[in-house]
Ligand binder design. Structure first.
Ligand code: CO8
Length: 265
């Protein structure tokens, strides 16, 4: 296992092809200040640059209580609109990198997942939650609008009605409700969270990872296209997978009744 030591507000570790990015400010519930958002962006660049070693990225929060309890309110308190815009752009730059990673990403939601925390989790490909997790967009309770994608990515997960309800009330939903409305794909006991995440990551890693990466890409990039263009886009991706050794191996293994050993090219 390898740990990158150059960060102060996050931890980036790699073990057996799975990298874990831990937001590491447990005294402030892992709140996202600008230094942390900058380091998240740098860590994501590291993950992308090491795609030969890192196959899956897990994002989680340090400590028992919080995934991420939002943007750092003490930093935002005295901001003017230009500073607010700059902070929002910094977050969008970092969160956009998650969607643009070739690797599949899993948010391991271990506790409070609020505001910028839910916006971070919503940028990941899937969310696995502890039974203790609580989700919310409390921005309107502070007199602001969600600013790191909450009005958009949450709406795409749960639909307009539920997103508007969560944003207008600012109330938290528990993990059972998050599962019901499609924020969390699975909910497990707190002590099982990392086992479950590793089990899902291991299952994905046995598959053709070029295909996984292309599926992620086309799902995200075509999501807002009209259906006929989106289907065309899928056909392009699908046909390109026939240029890979993974396709040759996957289909040969099936026909020879053995497990595939994907070369990843
Ligand atoms: N920012 C800064 N500090 C925080 C934050 C935060 N978001 N959340 C918690 N903390 C700090 C607390 O101030 C406290 O510090 P201290 O020990 O120095 O008093 C410490 O973390 C522990 O927190 P609590 O004592 O409050 O712990 P509790 O267990 O009682 O409560 C909660 C936990 C429910 C998570 C509570 O801390 C809380 O409600 N936090 C704020 C949640 C929130 O409103 N988040 C949304 C922030 S807004 C946002 O994310 C907007 C994103 C887009 C902005 C775009 C701007 C351009």
């Amino acid at each position: 296992s390898v740990t990158a030591t150059k960060y102060e507000n996050v931890l980036l570790e790699e073990n057996g092809g799975i990298a874990t990015l831990t937001i590491n400010r447990p005294k402030s519930m892992n709140a996202l200040n600008s230094d942390t958002l900058t380091e998240i962006g740098q860590a994501l660049d590291d993950v992308k640059a090491n795609a030969d070693k890192i196959k899956i990225l897990v994002i989680t929060g340090a400590g028992e209580k919080a995934f991420v309890a939002g943007a750092d309110i003490s930093q935002m308190k005295d901001m003017n609109p230009i500073e607010a815009s700059n902070l929002s752009k910094l977050a969008h730059n970092s969160f956009g990198k998650i969607e643009n990673l070739p690797q599949f990403t899993i948010a391991a939601v271990n506790g409070y997942c609020l505001g910028g925390g839910l916006e971070l989790a919503a940028s990941c490909d899937i969310r696995i939650a502890s039974e203790k997790a609580k989700f919310g967009q409390p921005e309107t309770t502070l007199g602001i609008v969600p600013g790191f994608g909450g009005t958009q990515r949450l709406t795409r997960l749960v639909g307009r009605g539920k997103a508007k309800e969560m944003i207008a009330t600012g109330s938290m939903v528990d993990s059972a409700e998050a599962y019901r409305v499609g924020i969390a794909e699975e909910v497990v006991a707190p002590e099982e969270l990392m086992n479950k995440v590793n089990e899902i990551a291991s299952t994905i890693m046995k598959n053709g990872l070029i295909a996984v990466s292309m599926a992620k890409y086309v799902i995200d990039r075509a999501a807002d296209l009209p259906l006929d263009l989106a289907i065309d886009f899928e056909t392009q991706m699908w046909s390109q997978t026939f240029a890979t050794e993974d396709q040759t191996e996957g289909m040969a293994a099936f026909l020879e009744k053995r497990h595939p050993s994907f070369p990843g090219k």
